[in-house]
Each structure stands twice: as structure tokens, then as C-alpha cells.
Design a protein around this ligand. Structure first.
Ligand SMILES: [Zn+2]
Ligand SMILES: [Zn+2]
Length: 387
């Protein structure tokens, strides 16, 4: 790699901190997308903007026939109040880059730069900067707006930083790597009453408490113990004061599994449980399932390209051996929508011993930026020769 490329990598740290200080929520990543597009223009690309509102795509065409691949980063932040101590702490109240998408954005920009300087032998590389990974399914919206028709591609690749994995260490696996999921919202309608006369009402709070407990049995007693699944209630709202039994309770949460059939069973089981508890306690319980995310499944051939790039990097630069069969996560990822349509591989890069993703004291580790850039670079080069 040339000296000029190296010095530009330090610029990426400045940009990462700038993005961190100015986080933007899903589909409103205007400033971020603007910076991405202008950087790409400065590098000689002609980026397409405004896909899925704020998405940006730039294409590197070597002019020599070969494979087309897509490298994807996400740009959005989360509605979290940051409580870190870094100088680049969020300036936007209640919004924070708590998932490291600021880091993902600059690593892909870095790759767009190094590949412009040192392009693959042949073929095409599309750089995709997507909005709204966090709960907005921005990848799906880009696909619905014609991503794959406008930018034909054979393989898609994603990369996420991973706290708890040694800083800069890369990892990937074949098959399911991130869970499929559903969000749910349940409203229990009973009959409000005096706290001292529960028999004159129908208490939705105790029914809700039973529901939260019983739903855990969908995993513990209705799912094969060798299979990964989780039911989490994240919201339970009921009541106004301490001497009234409320009329309604609202509960919300998420179901996750690495196997779509298991996920369907969880969903059907929760619906059944709601119907059964409603019947048993003479209450009304509505359950609404929304925001389905598919399981993110890595294709064998694409995963092998990712593995080859990781091993080559280790050979060239040293560092820890990559984890070539990394443990999957029950977090979910809208990159799964891309992998439903195209073969590809979603990989991890260690963020070291940092706070966990979505925690208010999380921060992306700038020291891993060069490794991430070179992973993208090596992967693109490798695909051009292997395919
Ligand atoms: Zn996240
Ligand atoms: Zn994320």
C-alpha cells in the first residue's frame, strides 16, 4: 500500500470521530450521507444518492470483465443518551452511535480509497452505504428501490464490529450467523378495580406477569435444547398509582432464532399463549407481530472468500488468527434481507474489550479501522481473481 493511502487512513479516524459526534437516526442520515458522498466524489467516484432516502452507492468498474461484488456498510445511530467520556461524545441529545456504524462507514470509505488506488484485477465493486439498519430495515428498502437491478451483483459482503472479540481479530462462519426475529406488542384488556377488591375486576397486570413467565417456557420446554432461541419482553406498562388495579397492560418485546422454523414456532406459541391466558382469565389479549427480520445466512462459497481474505491478511500483517467458525449471535441484522436475495457473507471484526453494542458507554475502537479497510481491500482483490 502506498504512503499516501496510509496517511489517508489517519484521516479516517478524524472522520469517524466527527460522525460519532454527529449521529443521526434511521432514514435521517443526511449529514452522514453528504459527507460520504463528497468523500467518494473526492476519490473520483460518481456516487448515487437518495436511495432509501439517504443511501449512497458508488461503483468501481475496472473496465475488465469479471465478477461484481457489493460491499456494504450501515450509517445510522440509535436513540440512546451517550454517557462516555471521549472528546467526540455525541452532540445530538439522545442519539448515539452505540453500534459502531460510524466505524463501519469509515472502514468502507477507506476501502473505496485504497481500491481506487490499487484496484482489483477485473470486475466491479459496489460500495453500499445504507441507512436505517437499526429497526428500519434500510437494506430492504434499498432492495425494494431496485438496488440489485441498478447495481447488478453476484455476491454481497457485510462487516460488523464485535465487542468481546479481540480488537482487530476477524471472524466469520458458514450458515446462520445472525438471528431472524419478530417484534411483538401485546395489549391485555381487563377490568379496572380498587386494589382492595381485585375480585370485582380483571387484573391485566397479574395476567401480564404470568405471560412473561410462561413465554419463557416456549424456549425452555417447547424448543429443542440444542437449538438457539430467545423470547425477551422489553416493555411492560400498566397502572397509574398504587391503589388501583389497571384496566390495561401493554407488553412488547422480541422473538429470535437462528432457524426460521423455530422462529415460526415461537411466534405461533406466543399467540397461543395469549389466547389461552385470555380464555383462562376472562380478559381480552391482542398480539401484534411486526418488523420481521430474516435469519442472516452466510453462503458457503462467499464465506470461503471471506476466510481466504482473513487468512491472507494474517499472513501479510500478522495479528491474531481469524475465527473461521465464529459463534453466531441472536442479534438480528437487516443484511439478512440482502442474503435472502444474493449469496454473501457477513463477518465480524473484534472491537476488543469495549462496552457492549447498544450500551450508553460503548465506543468504536479507531485502532481497528486499518484492519477493517484492508479486509475489504483483500476480499475485493481475492474475489476478482477467484471468480
Ligand atoms: Zn445495532
Ligand atoms: Zn449494528
Amino acid at each position: 500500500m502506498t504512503a499516501s493511502v496510509q496517511s489517508d487512513l489517519s484521516f479516517l479516524t478524524e472522520l469517524r470521530r466527527d460522525l460519532h459526534a454527529h449521529p443521526e437516526l434511521r432514514f435521517t442520515e443526511k449529514r452522514t450521507a453528504g459527507l460520504v458522498a463528497s468523500r467518494l466524489q473526492a476519490l473520483g467516484y460518481t456516487p448515487e444518492t437518495g436511495i432509501a432516502k439517504t443511501g449512497v452507492v458508488a461503483t468501481l468498474d475496472t473496465g475488465r470483465p469479471g465478477p461484481a461484488i457489493m460491499l456494504r456498510a450501515d450509517m445510522d445511530a440509535l436513540p440512546i443518551w451517550e454517557n462516555g467520556t471521549a472528546l467526540w461524545i455525541s452532540r445530538n441529545d439522545g442519539i448515539m452511535h452505540a453500534c459502531g456504524h460510524d466505524g463501519h462507514t469509515v472502514m468502507l470509505l477507506g476501502a473505496a480509497e485504497t481500491l481506487a488506488v490499487d484496484p482489483p484485477e477485473r470486475g466491479i465493486v459496489h460500495f453500499v452505504f445504507q441507512p436505517a439498519e437499526e429497526g428500519g430495515a434500510g437494506a430492504k428498502v434499498m432492495i425494494d428501490e431496485g438496488l440489485f437491478e441498478r447495481f447488478p451483483t453476484q455476491f454481497c459482503f457485510g462487516l460488523h464490529n464485535w465487542p468481546g472479540l479481540e480488537a482487530g481479530r476477524l471472524g466469520v462462519r458458514t450458515g446462520p450467523v445472525m438471528a431472524g426475529g419478530w417484534r411483538f406488542r401485546i395489549v391485555i384488556t381487563g377490568k379496572g378495580s380498587h386494589a382492595a377488591q381485585p375480585h370485582l375486576g380483571t387484573d391485566p397486570l397479574t395476567i401480564g406477569a404470568a405471560l412473561v413467565q410462561e413465554a419463557q417456557l416456549l424456549v425452555a420446554r417447547r424448543t429443542d435444547p440444542m437449538v438457539a432461541a430467545v423470547v425477551s419482553f422489553c416493555i411492560f406498562e400498566a397502572g397509574t398509582t398504587d391503589n388501583i388495579l389497571p384496566q390495561t397492560a401493554t407488553l412488547a418485546g422480541t422473538l429470535r432464532a437462528l432457524d426460521p422454523h423455530v422462529l415460526n414456532d415461537l411466534k405461533a406459541g406466543l399467540a397461543r399463549l395469549c389466547a389461552g391466558l385470555a380464555e383462562a382469565h376472562a380478559a381480552a389479549i391482542s398480539v401484534d407481530f411486526h418488523q420481521p427480520y430474516p435469519v442472516t445466512v452466510n453462503a458457503p462459497d462467499a464465506t470461503d472468500f471471506a476466510r481466504a481474505a482473513m487468512l491472507k491478511l494474517m499472513e501479510q500483517e500478522g495479528g491474531s488468527a481469524p475465527d473461521l467458525d465464529i459463534v453466531p449471535s441472536l442479534a438480528s441484522e437487516d443484511f439478512g434481507f440482502m442474503l435472502e436475495r444474493k449469496p454473501g457473507a457477513y463477518a465480524m471484526i473484534g472491537n476488543g474489550n469495549s462496552a457492549r453494542l447498544h450500551a450508553p458507554d460503548y465506543d468504536f475502537d479507531d485502532a481497528i479501522i486499518p484492519r477493517g479497510v484492508r479486509y475489504w481491500h483483500t476480499l475485493a482483490q481475492g474475489c476478482a481473481t477467484a471468480l
